[in-house]
Design a protein around this ligand. Sequence first.
Ligand code: KIV
Length: 289
Amino acid sequence: MSTHRKSEVRRISAPDIFQRKGGDPLVALTAYTAPMARLLDDACDLLLVGDSTGMVAHGFSSTVPVTLDMMILHGQAVMRGSRKAMVVIDLPFGSYEANPEAAYGAAVRVMKETGAQGVKVESGPTIPDTIRYLVDRGIPVMGHVGLCPQAVNIDGGFKAKGRTAAERQSVLAQAHAATEAGAFAIVVEGVAESLARGITKAIGAPTFGIGASAGCDGQILVTEDMLGMFEWTPKFVRRYANLASEITRAVGAYAEDVRARRFPAAAETYFNGTGQPPLLEAAPDQRLS
Ligand code: KIV
């Protein structure tokens, strides 16, 4: 799947991530495309092809409409663009909840068609059995507890978890169950610091926090959030760039130049040596030479 030569590829594996529990903080970001994966690969231990692509790249208001085919297409692109980080792909809503066999079918497609090293599933009462079923059949699984975006319709919105003692108990139990079932790592999303620290201390798998404090074994963010691609970002996101305003500025300057006939100038134009414009019917490689 990858455009890199085999000898160049030594990806971080699920056991590598598992063994980093309690060690140096793990670094993860989301990626959906090859060029972005290429930019993130060196800095990250793990790239998640998140179903957040539905909201970030496809303009949906939740992750619910995302399909398995969409995840596979994005997964293939991220694999082509990266060579070092472990790549994990979200199983989207509707592809894994029915029973472990359905999850296995979806996960096998992901693994075979993308070459990624694992899948992520969001928590629910039946999910530990599914995690066990997949792991027993050779598929590394990452769990996801706390705020589970695929449950948006049951929860009535994207709501932080652990507001009551019962809810905290339930999130902790889900993290335990996922780890006991064989998950190599757990995403902990949208919970208060005390719960994140409690989970991280209680389970043997490393935790990746998102909106879950510094008390986790590692951190994960949606890349477009931390790059400032959106006007609004949640409180838990730190913006490391302001790409939205930079893109708006650049596009505005381009539009002005085109309208004023300042672009393209001679420096951006191909000539054929006769002072004449290149033949339009020439093949692309001849026009560019
Ligand atoms: O889909 C996603 O991007 C995720 C992260 C928010 C962890 O699940």
